[in-house]
Ligand binder design. Structure first.
Ligand code: IPE
Ligand code: IPE
Ligand code: MG
Length: 244
């Protein structure tokens, strides 16, 4: 992670904000005759490589889907294994991430987590709050519907007049309020759905669905995703600005 950005072979249009649904850990493990948690471990190792790639490619915001509000429904040992993995990641990686200028943020709800883990997450956020090289949003116990409902409840509680409720105001109640909307959303493993990820923010995101399982999604695959993104014509409901 100490390398300065070398954008060789990359197009001019780098997405400012990339979001990733890191999917396929379980199938990656199954294909190797390993337990699902081994897939989650391998997926976490891969995250380090992808963060490094994002820094190298000059991406400013990275949002990763690590645990959804629906993932609580998995077997208890898988859920507790995932909690241990996040704790280990913070313990092992925080110093290096901080040194590299990564600012950690959490999106979702912490209150359902073990108080020790909650504190670790809050301390990591506090330690890295002034870093600017890469903003890393970790979606953990995150759900898009939950986020929207929280925003509605807050707006109602604050008695905001109806005529003031614009998309901009609504966006300012989202967990991602200080980030631009994601330009590119990658979902690995070949599944073609949002699974409750950034459903407000993704209105005009470009989607990319590689079939690779997350633990195998490497820097080269990230580069391919960015190239594919750069070739899209983002019209935002208007007509193309490109010459025919
Ligand atoms: C994604 O991998 C990681 C989490 C949801 C935590 P999965 O565990 O969903 O892997 P598959 O989809 O079963 O292969
Ligand atoms: C989405 O993947 C959640 C994360 C990657 C954290 P899932 O594997 O939970 O989604 P579904 O169940 O296939 O829709
Ligand atoms: Mg999955």
């Amino acid at each position: 992670m100490t390398t300065e950005p070398t954008i060789t072979g990359l197009p001019e249009h780098i997405p400012a904000h990339v979001a990733i649904i890191m999917d396929g850990n379980g199938r990656w493990a199954k294909a190797r005759g390993l337990p699902r948690l081994a897939g989650h471990k391998a997926g976490t190792e891969n995250l380090r490589r992808i963060i490094k790639g994002c820094v190298k490619f000059g991406i400013k915001y990275l949002t990763i889907y690590a645990f959804s509000t629906e993932n609580w429904g998995r077997p208890e040992d898988e859920v507790s294994g995932l909690m241990n993995i996040i704790r280990e990641v913070i313990e092992k990686e925080l110093v290096e991430l901080h040194k590299e200028g990564v600012q950690l943020r959490h999106i979702g709800h912490l209150d359902k987590l073990d108080p020790i883990l909650q504190k670790k997450v809050m301390d990591a956020v506090e330690l890295t709050r002034n870093n600017q090289r890469l903003i890393l949003n970790i979606a953990f116990n995150y759900g898009g519907r939950d986020e929207i409902l929280c925003a509605v409840k807050q707006i109602v509680e604050e008695k905001i007049p109806v005529d003031q409720i614009t998309p901009e105001l609504f966006g300012s109640y989202m967990f991602t309020k200080d980030c631009p909307d994601p330009d590119l959303i990658i979902r690995t493993s070949g599944e073609l759905r949002t699974s409750n990820f950034l459903i407000w923010q993704s209105a005009y995101s470009e989607w990319y669905f590689p079939t690779t399982y997350w633990p195998d999604f490497d820097e080269e695959e990230l580069r391919k995703a960015i190239i594919a993104y750069s070739e899209r014509d983002r019209r935002f409901g208007k007509v193309s600005s490109k010459q025919d």
